[in-house]
Structures are given as structure tokens and as C-alpha cells.
Design a protein around this ligand. Structure first.
Ligand SMILES: [Fe+2]
Ligand SMILES: [Fe+2]
Length: 287
């Protein structure tokens, strides 16, 4: 029995949709789908239906694309009510979400699988900038994320305020785990700034990639592995004995469509043994 992960399936692209449909049956295995399934509720329904038949349990966390109030989406919901509707949709398909009790891995009761929704607060970047300055720093090089037009924080006044609330709520839940519980932390956005390695042209997309608040969560919450997506640049890194897995396939130009998605599923549990000697190892890229 294995726990696999993938993200950024972006099934609005026909090639990605076909590839998702072609993923093989994995029997008793579980699958993490770490956000950016698509832009519409129907995208989510389709992926949960197709993959729900190929895995014993799906675990989903939202990405920015699900949270967009996009004109192609059948729902005009924004912000928190939109997220709540996405969670309800996932639950209707038996999919675990960040709002459900953290399941224990059936073959290791000391390992909690923790889907999280943290978001971002514009603290990734050169440091010391407030959100407005961070966006201005990005705009100097012509970068403005689509989130600025499409991802609304309602009823919070700002996305950073929503993120702060998510951080406080999530920390409390992780702190409530029995002392010493090992975890697999799952979040769409990157949890350490050093792991955001963007191509030169889009380097200033950084402020939309995470929050510095989660920099030490792998240590605080005894993470065996941290699973994220969003970057569309798949890699494995070892930091402080924790394995960080970026598992995002992305748009068809970001992965080798001919290879199919089976080879892009990343094994999280049991996964590979830690490197010897332990320490900072990586990135190992998964092209
Ligand atoms: Fe994505
Ligand atoms: Fe994303």
C-alpha cells in the first residue's frame, strides 16, 4: 500500500484531461491531489470521479486556480464561501480535505497525513517589503499574477489577512496532534522560500508562492515529507532530514505528455530512505 502525490493537473487542457483518464488503476493505494485541478467545479467533479475509481482514497488541497472566480466557472462564489463549496464538493466524492480530521496512515498509526490550505501573504521575496511593496517589486519586471484579478479573499479585507487566519487555525490543529506524531504536510504553495526556483523571466512571481511563516514547520511538526505543487517544476529536496516533494505537472508544455502521468506520480509513503550522510541534498529534478 502506497501514498502517491501529484498536483497541477490543469484539466482545462485537453491533453492533461486525457492523461488523467489514462492513469492506471492503483488498487488500495491513496493519492494526494495538491491543487490546481482546474478552474471550474466541473473540473473538480471530473477528476474526483475518474481518480476516485483508480485509488482507494483521494486527498485534495485547493490551489489558486480552484479559488479563482473565473468567468468559465459555473459558480460566482468568491473567497471563503467558494472554498467552503469546493470542500463540500470534495466531501460529496469521499475526498479528504484540509477541513477533515487528519487521517493516520493505515500501515503506520504514528504518521498523520495532513492536507493544509495556507495560501500566501507576499512575504516571499527580498524581505522587509509589505504586500503593496512586494507587488510593486514584481511589477518592476512586468509580473502581476492572475490571482490579483481572480482570487478574492472575501470576507477578509486582503489575501494576507486570509492567510494569517489560515496559519493560526492550521498551527492550532497541528499542535493538537499527540506529541511526537510524524506528519506528511500537504499544501499547494511552497513552504520554504529557498525551494522556489523560478526561471529568470518569472523570478518575480515569488510573492505569490507561499509565506515565510511556514519556513520551520517541517521541524515543528515532525514532517517526514512535505508535499507541494504550484511551481510546475518538479523536484525532490532533503532539508533537515525532511523530504520536500514538488509534484506539479502543470500545463502541457511543462511536462512530457507522451510519457503519461503514471511516471509523474511521486511515491510519498513509504518513499525512498533518507540520504547518507543526512543533510541538505537536492534539488533532484523530475523532468
Ligand atoms: Fe498550477
Ligand atoms: Fe498554483
Amino acid at each position: 500500500m502506497k501514498l502517491w502525490a501529484i498536483s497541477d493537473l490543469h484539466i482545462g487542457y485537453a491533453k492533461n484531461r486525457a492523461a488523467v483518464e489514462a492513469i492506471s488503476d492503483h488498487g488500495d493505494d491513496w493519492l494526494i491531489v495538491a491543487g490546481d485541478v482546474g478552474e471550474t467545479f466541473q473540473h473538480l467533479r471530473d477528476v474526483f470521479t475518474v481518480l476516485g475509481e483508480k485509488f482507494a482514497q483521494l486527498i485534495w488541497v485547493p490551489g489558486n486556480h480552484e479559488l479563482w472566480t473565473h468567468k468559465s466557472c459555473e459558480s460566482p462564489l468568491r473567497g471563503v464561501p467558494r472554498y467552503a463549496a469546493l470542500v463540500a464538493l470534495a466531501r460529496a466524492h469521499g475526498v479528504l480535505t484540509p477541513e477533515d480530521p487528519f487521517p493516520l496512515w493505515p500501515e503506520d498509526g504514528g504518521l498523520a497525513i495532513c492536507p493544509l490550505f495556507i495560501g500566501y501573504d507576499y512575504t516571499f521575496g527580498p524581505g522587509g517589503l509589505d504586500p503593496e511593496q512586494a507587488r510593486a517589486w514584481s511589477k518592476e519586471k512586468g509580473i502581476v499574477a492572475m490571482d490579483e484579478r481572480l482570487l478574492h479573499p472575501d470576507p477578509y479585507p486582503t489575501k494576507e489577512a486570509w492567510c494569517a487566519a489560515r496559519i493560526a487555525e492550521t498551527e492550532a490543529r497541528l499542535e493538537a496532534l499527540p506529541a511526537g506524531t510524524e506528519t506528511v504536510l500537504i499544501n499547494h504553495w511552497t513552504m520554504r522560500q529557498e525551494l522556489v526556483r523560478l526561471p529568470e523571466l518569472i523570478q518575480r512571481f515569488l510573492p505569490w508562492c507561499g509565506t515565510r511563516a511556514t519556513e520551520d514547520w517541517h521541524l515543528r511538526f515532525h514532517a517526514r515529507a512535505v508535499v507541494t505543487g504550484h511551481l510546475h517544476m518538479r523536484a525532490t529536496d532533503w532539508v533537515d532530514g525532511t523530504r520536500f516533494e514538488e509534484v506539479a505537472t502543470g500545463y502541457p508544455r511543462h511536462w512530457k505528455v507522451d510519457r503519461g502521468l503514471d511516471s509523474y506520480l511521486r511515491e510519498i509513503v513509504p518513499g525512498p530512505p533518507p540520504p547518507h550522510p543526512p543533510g541538505r541534498v537536492g534539488p533532484s529534478w523530475h523532468r
